[in-house]
Design a protein around this ligand. Structure first.
Ligand code: NOJ
Length: 759
C-alpha cells in the first residue's frame, strides 16, 4: 500500500486512475484502468508506447545518449532492452515515471536465455537432460537473479525446432523434436513467469522466434524458411503453441520469411494463427530492427515496412524507431487505422499492468541490495552444477575407460582446457567469468593430491588466425606461440601422462546468432593435435565443447571416449569433474542427431519414409547416400552411461485401442552395472498408414528415472487416442483408425517394437 501511495503522489498530473490498479488477474479492473489512461494519452504518447529502445546507449553515455534520454522523458519509449544493472534501471525508470507527462513506467528486457550470472548450460545442452523439472528450476533461478537486477522481461524461451547443425542458433533451442521441445518450452515459461507475473521475482517470458526460424534455408542465419503448412503444423509450430498455452505473455517475430512474407509483416502468422487460432492475448515484439530489415526483403521503404508490420499485428518495434517516426504519417494517409494503434498500445499497457508496474513502477528495482545475496549464491551454483552434469552426453566409452580414477598423471590438453571466457557459451551477457573455474582449476581441485593434472594448450582453435579472428569476436583466446611450439609442448606433457584428456571443439562464438558454419568437424589444428596424440598410444578422452552437433566420425573411430559437454555454464569445471571421476554417471541423451557428414542436413530421426525406403543393408535405387548412411552417427535420444541398463520385453495391456480408452505399455528397466545412474526411457510411435504420410517414428513419451545398482523399475506409458493425432491435409488435428507400431528403448535407434490398432 505504501508503494502505491508513493507512486500516486508521483502521478497527480494525470494518473489518479492508478488507484484502480489491482491484482493482474482482475481483467475488468485492468480494462477500466487502461481505458482511463488511454483517454489521457496524446497520439504521440500512444506511439511512444510502441517503441522499444536500446538502453545500452542511455547508460553508457554513447553518442545517442541525449536523444534516448529525451525519448524517455517525452514518453516516447514504452520499454527498454539491454541494461544490466539495477541502479541504472532505477535511474531510467525514475526518468520515465517522474519526468514524463503521464508517468507511465517502462519495462526492461534482456536475453537471459540460460541463466543470468549463475549460468546454466546452453539450451541445446539443457534439453539433453530431458529433465523438465530441472529445466523449469533453471528458468526460475534465471528469473530470480535477473529480477534482482531490475529486469522483468526475458527474451526467452527460444523454441525454434531445428534440423540443421549448420545453423549457429541451434545452440539456443531444444533440438529437433517438437514433442520434447513443447514440454521444455512450457517448462521455461512456467519457470520465468511463475504463478504471479507481478511478483518481484518473476518475469514475463517472450517466445521466439515466431516462426519457423530454425528451418532457415541452408542453415544460414536470417534466411528464408519455406515449407508447407502441413509440415509447419506438425513439426515446427507445436513448441510455440505450447509456450503460449503455458501463458507466455509476449512473442517475438523472427527475422526469416514465411510463405514469401517476412514474419515481422506476416498477418497470417501474427494475427490469423497466433491470435485467432491460438487465442494469444499478449503482445508481439519485432526482432532487432526486423521491421526496417523488411526493406532488404523487398517489402518497400520504411513506410511500407511499418504499414506491413502494424497491420500484421506487430505491436512493439525493437530498435527500428520507425513507429515513432512514421506512424502519424501512416495514419494521415489512411494506411493504418487508429484502431490498430489503440489495440497495440492497449497490449503494451496490459503487460505493464500485469507486471505490477502501475502499482509500483520500482517493483523490480527499488531494492538495489537484493542482488548481492541472490546472484551467484551457493544454492544457485549448486543447482547449476547438478544440472550441468545431467546435460553431458557420453558418446563413446571404450573398455569403460571412464570414469577415471583419481590417481597417477592425467594430461589435460586443448584450447578449452584453461579458458574461462568461453564456458558460459552464447548469450551470456551477465556471466562473471572471473568467478568461474577453468577446467584445469576444477580438475586440480577435484583430484587434490591424489593425482597430478598436467597441462598443455596444444594448439589454437584453428591454424588460420584470420579465420579465428572472424569467428571469435569478444572472447579472444589465441596463443601467440607457433603451431609447432604448442604441439611439442603437448607431446611432452602427454609423454609423462597415463591418460590424456582433451578439452577441444568449438569456442562459444562459433554458435549462436550469426554463427552458421558448414565445417562442423573438429577444426584443423585440433584434429592434427588429436592425430599426434593418438600416435602416442595412450588412452585419449575427448571432452567435446560445442553449441551444435558436430561431425565426430574420426574421433569416434580413433579415440577411446567422447563426452559431449556443450557449453555448460558457470559450473562447467566442477560438473565435468563430477562426471569424469565418476561421482555422477552421465545421463544426457542427444536431442539433435550428430551426423556422419554435414551433407546429410537437414535431418531428423522423425523423417518420412520415401516410396523407396532404405533397408537394413545398402541397396541401390533406395533413398540412400552412396557414401554415408542415411541415419546419423549418433542418433536422437542417444547417450551412454557408466552403468548398463537392461530393458525387459514390452508388455501391452491390449492390442486394441478405442477412441475413449487407453492401453498401457510397460517395460521393466534394471540397472545391471556398477554405478547408480539415471536413464531416459523413450517411447516412440509410428502410424502405419494414414491419409497423409507419417514419420517413421515420433517421440510420444519419456521418463527420466534413477536406478541404484541392481535396482529395477517398471515404467508404464499410457497410450490414448489424442496422442495419435496429427494435422491432416486440411490442417485438422485428428487421428485415423488403423495400425500403429509402438517402440520403447534408450534412444531413437535401439528400440523394441509392439503393435496395436486404433479402432
Ligand atoms: C536479436 C536476436 O535474434 C534475438 O533473439 C534477441 O532476443 C534480440 N536480438 C534482442 O537481443
Amino acid at each position: 500500500m505504501r508503494k502505491t501511495i508513493i507512486f500516486l503522489t508521483l502521478c497527480l498530473a494525470g494518473l489518479s486512475a492508478a488507484l484502480l490498479a489491482q491484482p493482474a488477474t482482475d481483467t475488468k479492473q485492468m480494462n477500466k484502468f487502461i481505458d482511463r489512461l488511454m483517454s489521457q494519452m496524446t497520439l504521440q504518447e500512444k506511439i511512444g508506447q510502441l517503441n522499444l529502445v536500446e538502453g545500452d546507449d542511455v547508460v553508457s553515455g554513447g553518442k545517442e545518449k541525449a536523444a534516448f534520454v529525451q525519448m524517455v522523458k517525452d514518453g516516447m519509449a514504452g520499454a527498454m532492452l539491454d541494461i544490466m544493472d539495477v541502479k541504472k534501471i532505477y535511474a531510467v525508470q525514475r526518468m520515465a515515471v517522474e519526468e514524463s507527462r503521464l508517468h507511465i513506467p517502462l519495462f526492461f528486457g534482456l536475453d537471459v536465455i540460460h541463466g543470468y550470472s549463475t549460468v546454466f548450460p546452453i539450451p541445446l545442452g539443457l534439453s539433453c537432460s530431458w529433465d523438465i523439472d530441472a529445466i523449469e528450476r533453471s528458468a526460475r533461478i534465471a528469473a530470480t537473479e535477473a529480477t534482482s537486477e531490475g529486469l522483468c522481461w526475458n527474451f526467452s524461451p527460444m523454441v525454434d525446432i531445428c534440423h540443421d547443425g549448420r545453423w549457429g542458433r541451434i545452440a539456443e533451442g531444444a533440438g529437433e523434436d517438437p514433442y520434447l521441445g513443447s514440454q521444455i518450452a512450457a517448462a521455461m515459461v512456467r519457470g520465468y513467469q511463475g504463478t504471479d507475473l507481478s511478483a518481484d521475482n518473476t518475469m514475463m517470458a517472450c517466445v521466439k522466434h515466431f516462426g519457423m526460424y530454425g528451418a532457415s534455408d541452408g542453415g544460414q542465419d536470417y534466411n528464408i524458411a519455406d515449407m508447407s503448412r502441413w509440415r509447419m503444423y506438425n513439426e515446427y509450430l507445436p513448441p510455440y503453441k505450447a509456450a503460449i498455452d503455458a501463458g507466455a505473455f509476449s512473442v517475438m517475430s523472427s527475422f526469416n520469411v514465411v510463405d514469401g512474407i517476412p514474419a515481422t509483416g506476416n498477418r497470417w502468422l501474427l494475427t490469423e494463427l497466433l491470435r485467432n487460432q491460438w487465442g494469444f492475448r499478449g503482445f508481439v515484439v519485432s526482432d532487432y530492427e526486423s521491421i526496417t530489415d523488411m526493406t532488404n526483403h523487398s517489402i518497400g521503404d520504411s513506410l511500407d515496412c511499418a504499414t506491413a508490420s502494424l497491420n500484421a499485428g506487430l505491436d512493439l518495434d525493437m530498435c527500428s524507431y520507425v513507429y515513432i517516426r512514421k506512424v502519424e504519417q501512416l495514419l494521415r494517409e489512411g494506411r493504418i487505422s487508429m484502431k490498430t494503434i489503440n489495440q497495440a498500445v492497449r497490449r503494451i499497457l496490459e503487460a505493464k499492468y500485469r507486471l505490477g508496474l502501475f502499482d509500483d513502477p520500482y517493483r523490480y528495482c527499488r531494492d538495489t541490495l537484493r542482488r548481492d545475496s541472490i546472484i551467484l549464491c551457493p544454492q544457485h551454483r549448486a543447482e547449476a552444477r547438478r544440472i550441468a552434469a545431467e546435460t553431458f552426453v557420453l558418446l563413446k566409452n571404450n573398455g569403460n575407460i571412464l570414469p577415471l580414477k583419481k590417481q597417477g598423471k592425467i594430461a589435460l590438453i586443448g584450447p578449452m582446457a584453461n579458458d574461462r571466457l568461453n564456458l558460459s557459451g552464447t548469450w551470456s551477457w551477465c556471466a562473471q567469468p572471473d568467478r568461474y573455474l577453468t577446467l584445469l582449476e576444477g580438475l586440480r581441485r577435484a583430484v587434490d593430491d591424489h593425482a597430478e593434472i598436467l597441462y598443455a594448450r596444444g594448439c589454437n582453435l584453428m591454424y588460420d588466425a584470420a579465420m579465428e579472428d572472424r569467428m571469435v569476436r569478444r572472447k579472444k583466446m589465441r596463443d601467440p606461440r607457433s603451431d609447432e611450439q604448442l604441439l611439442n609442448e603437448a607431446l611432452q606433457v602427454a609423454d609423462k601422462a597415463d591418460v590424456i584428456v582433451c578439452a577441444m571443439g568449438e569456442c562459444a562464438e562459433m554458435s549462436g546468432e550469426a554463427a552458421s558454419m558448414v565445417g562442423i568437424e573438429m577444426p584443423d589444428a585440433q584434429r592434427a593435435l588429436l592425430e599426434a596424440l593418438a600416435k602416442t598410444g595412450k588412452p585419449i578422452i575427448l571432452l567435446n565443447f560445442s553449441g551444435r552437433p558436430m561431425v565426430l566420425k574420426w574421433e569416434n573411430d580413433n579415440l577411446d571416449a567422447i563426452l559431449q559437454v556443450w557449453f555448460a555454464g558457470s559450473e562447467t569445471a566442477d560438473a565435468i569433474a563430477d562426471v569424469l571421476f565418476g561421482q555422477v554417471s552421465p545421463s544426457g541423451h542427444l536431442t539433435t542427431t550428430f551426423p556422419h557428414h554435414v551433407g546429410q542436413y537437414p535431418m531428423t530421426y522423425a523423417r518420412y519414409a520415401s516410396g523407396r525406403p532404405m533397408g537394413e543393408r545398402f541397396q541401390r535405387f533406395k533413398t540412400n547416400y552412396l557414401d554415408v548412411p542415411v541415419e546419423g552417427l549418433f542418433p536422437f535420444g542417444y547417450g551412454l552411461s557408466y552403468t548398463t541398463f537392461q530393458y525387459s520385453p514390452i508388455t501391452l495391456s491390449d492390442s486394441l485401442l478405442t477412441s475413449s480408452g487407453k492401453i498401457t505399455a510397460s517395460v521393466t528397466i534394471t540397472n545391471t552395472g556398477n554405478y547408480d545412474a539415471d536413464e531416459i526411457v523413450q517411447l516412440y510411435i509410428r502410424d502405419i498408414s494414414g491419409s497423409v504420410v507419417r514419420p517413421i517414428k515420433e517421440l510420444k513419451g519419456f521418463e527420466r528415472i534413477t536406478l541404484k545398482r541392481g535396482e529395477s523399475r517398471t515404467i508404464h506409458f499410457e497410450i490414448t487416442e489424442p496422442m495419435l493425432r496429427f494435422y491432416n491435409k486440411d490442417l485438422k488435428h485428428t487421428s485415423e483408425p488403423g495400425d500403429f507400431t509402438l517402440m520403447i528403448g534408450p534412444n531413437s535407434r535401439d528400440l523394441q517394437t509392439r503393435h496395436f490398432t486404433l479402432k
